[in-house]
Design a protein around this ligand. Structure first.
Ligand SMILES: N[C@@H](CCC(=O)N[C@@H](CSC=O)C(=O)NCC(=O)O)C(=O)O
Length: 280
C-alpha cells in the first residue's frame, strides 16, 4: 500500500511526518501522522497508535499532544490516524458527535454510513499494513494502543477484542461504555442499528463482562472534566475490571479537564508505560 508524503519536519530528535493514502477500508483518501525517532539503519522500533476523539483529525494530537520528546527518549514511533472518512461524497450529520470526525472505531452496518465508515477495519487491519509496507523501522510485533475520549473507547475496545496483538493499552478520559451514554447511544444506533446486542463488541465494559481480558491497563481521567458524569462514566470501567479481577491502573486526576492541556500533562507517563511493555 503506497502513501504520499504531505510533509516531513525535523523535531525533538526525530522526524514528524504527515502522509495520505487511498484507503480500501473506507474507500476514501485518509491522512495520518507518524513521528519516527532517530535510529540507526536496520534498527526496529516499537509503535504506539493514538486514536483521537470527537471532532479531531490527525492534527490535534500531532500539534498539541507533546509526545515527541518522550517518544524520542524511549525510541517509540507515534502514529495518529484520522477519526473518520472524509470527502465531499462521504455522508455527514449536523452534530459534532456523529458522521465526519466521529467514526467511533466501528464498522457501520446501516446505510448510508456503511459505505465508508469502517474505522474498525481501518485501525485493526489497514493501518498496521500501511505502516509495515512503508516504515521499515516499525516493529509491528511491538504494538501499543492509546487514545482520548472517543479514541480511548477505540483503544480499549480494539485491544479487548485483539489482546494478543497489542502489548500495551492505555487511555486518556475514555468513553468506557457507549451503551450507557448519549454520545455512544447516538453513534451505535446510527452506525449499527437498534439491536443493542450488536453494540456489545464496541463497549469496553460489556466486552469485559462478556469475558475479554487484558494483562493490564492504564487510564487517566480528569476530575474537572465536564464530560465525566454524563458521557465518560469512568466508574463503570472500575466496576467492570473489579468484577473481572482484571489488573488496571485508573487514575482520577484532580483539577484536570477534557482538553489537550490534560492529555499533554500525562502523555510522558503514558509513553513511558507503553515503552516499558514494548521493550523486546
Ligand atoms: N465541540 C464539542 C466538544 C468536542 C470535544 O471536546 N472534542 C474533544 C474530544 S471529545 C470525545 O471524543 C477533542 O479532542 N477536541 C479537539 C481538541 O483539540 O481539543 C463541544 O463543544 O461540546
Amino acid at each position: 500500500m503506497t502513501i504520499e508524503t504531505v510533509s516531513e519536519t525535523r523535531s525533538h530528535g526525530g522526524t514528524q511526518g504527515v502522509y495520505t493514502h487511498q484507503s480500501s477500508a473506507t474507500g476514501t483518501l485518509m491522512t495520518f501522522s507518524v513521528f519516527v525517532p532517530d535510529h540507526v539503519p536496520g534498527e526496529k522500533l516499537p509503535v504506539l497508535l493514538y486514536l483521537s476523539g470527537l471532532t479531531c483529525t490527525h492534527a490535534n494530537v500531532t500539534e498539541k499532544g507533546e509526545f515527541r520528546s518522550p517518544c524520542a527518549a524511549h525510541k517509540v514511533i507515534f502514529v495518529a490516524p484520522d477519526t473518520s472518512p472524509r470527502g465531499d461524497d462521504v455522508p455527514d450529520d449536523e452534530g459534532y458527535d456523529f458522521g465526519k470526525g466521529a467514526g467511533f472505531y466501528v464498522n457501520a452496518t446501516q446505510a448510508p454510513w456503511s459505505a465508508n465508515f469502517h474505522m474498525r477495519s481501518y485501525i485493526e487491519d489497514e493501518m498496521p499494513q500501511v505502516l509495515a509496507d512503508n516504515f521499515a523501522m516499525a516493529d509491528m510485533d511491538l504494538l501499543g494502543i492509546t487514545g482520548h475520549s472517543m479514541g480511548g473507547h477505540g483503544a480499549l475496545t480494539i485491544a479487548l477484542r485483539n489482546p494478543a496483538r497489542y502489548r500495551s493499552v492505555s487511555a486518556f478520559s475514555p468513553i468506557v461504555s457507549p451503551l450507557n451514554c448519549p454520545w455512544g447511544e447516538k453513534a451505535l444506533a446510527g452506525y449499527l442499528g437498534p439491536d443493542r446486542a450488536a453494540w456489545r463488541e464496541y463497549d469496553a465494559c460489556a466486552l469485559i463482562d462478556d469475558g475479554a481480558r487484558l494483562p493490564d491497563l492504564l487510564v487517566d481521567q480528569g476530575l474537572a472534566d465536564n464530560f465525566l458524569e454524563g458521557q465518560l462514566k469512568t466508574h463503570l470501567l472500575a466496576e467492570a475490571v473489579d468484577r473481572a479481577g482484571m489488573e488496571a491502573t485508573i487514575r482520577m486526576q484532580p483539577g484536570y479537564d477534557h482538553s489537550y492541556y490534560f492529555i499533554s500533562t500525562f502523555m510522558a507517563d503514558h509513553v513511558a508505560w507503553h515503552a516499558e511493555r514494548l521493550s523486546a
